[in-house]
Design a protein around this ligand. Structure first.
Ligand SMILES: N[C@H](CCC[C@H](N)C(=O)O)C(=O)O
Length: 277
């Protein structure tokens, strides 16, 4: 199987051009290629497929083989791949996903896409899903008991589920210990991606993420969008937010007039390869 390893601010996936390759059991392939010792090493597998509804289709699998509905860092890399590898000469590309068609604008320099802006669609506030101990007026964040510790959580969907937790110190957070308790919490029957956020100023936050199906990653594009929405709803930032992740920064803008979230960031090719799988 021919593949291209790519990364969006450190959120790295194995990409397969399914206009040329066939991947029979993508869930199993995702687990094998993601292994950082016995495989290629990645946060998961992303298939680039033809589409009747858009220019291309993105099918995404986490490292544990579970299928994700959307991947923000991944879709920027898909756009870069289809342009750089000559599948299209358009600098405005549409990509169908399990959470709908996304529209991307490519910035090209020396014939390569270097920055990609994605219309990530409209956020959905899902905090009401979290059971309240006492009935209160509708609130943006709700208490969630994780391993006997109470965390205030703002639940936002960007086509995939996110739980956003605000705290003063995320550097010393033991994510390996805390992350799984959120991921598998009964409040999220389809599991959840959890973002731990420290607000730096009205336009800047830093975050770490424990991703559903992949554990801690260096970045999460949909998560950064969910964080920006949660920051605005809780009154911490303005609608234009720079989200600083371990792997780099993403620029997020929530246009409240038409309720669309825009994410802008880089995408890089690491290497091309072939693997017997
Ligand atoms: N783990 C996520 C999919 C990958 C999302 C993330 N890598 C991004 O860039 O949005 C899920 O199962 O919903």
């Amino acid at each position: 199987m021919k593949f291209t390893k790519m990364q969006g601010i450190g959120n790295d996936y194995v990409y397969v051009n399914c206009l040329e390759e066939e991947v029979k059991n993508p869930s199993e392939v995702a687990k094998k290629v993601s292994d950082r010792h016995f495989g290629i090493g990645s946060d998961g597998l992303i298939l680039i497929k033809p589409s009747e509804k858009a220019d291309f289709e993105m099918e995404m699998y986490n490292a544990d083989g579970s299928q994700g509905a959307m991947c923000g860092n991944g879709i920027r890399c898909v756009a870069k791949y289809v342009y750089d590898y000559g599948l299209t000469d358009k600098t405005q590309v549409s990509v169908d996903t399990k959470s709908g068609i996304k529209y991307l604008d490519l910035t090209v320099r020396d014939g390569k896409a270097v920055e990609i802006k994605v219309n990530m669609g409209s956020p959905v506030l899902e905090t009401e899903k979290i059971p309240m101990k006492y009935p209160q007026s509708p609130v943006i964040s709700k208490p969630l008991n994780v391993e006997e510790n109470i965390y205030e959580v703002t639940a936002v969907s960007m086509g995939n589920p996110h739980a956003v937790v605000f705290m003063e110190d995320i550097q010393n957070l033991d994510l390996e210990k805390v992350g799984p308790g959120f991921e598998k919490h009964m409040a999220f029957p389809e599991s959840v991606n959890t973002e731990f956020v420290h607000v730096l100023d009205r336009n800047t936050v830093e975050m770490r993420v424990w991703e559903r199906g992949s554990g801690e990653t260096l970045a999460c594009g949909t998560g950064a969008c969910a964080v920006a929405v949660a920051c605005v709803l809780n009154g911490y930032t303005q609608e234009q937010v720079t989200v600083k992740l371990l792997g780099g920064d993403l620029k997020i803008f929530w246009d409240r007039r038409d309720n669309l979230v825009y994410m802008t960031g880089p995408a890089e090719v690491v290497f091309d390869g072939e693997i017997q799988i």
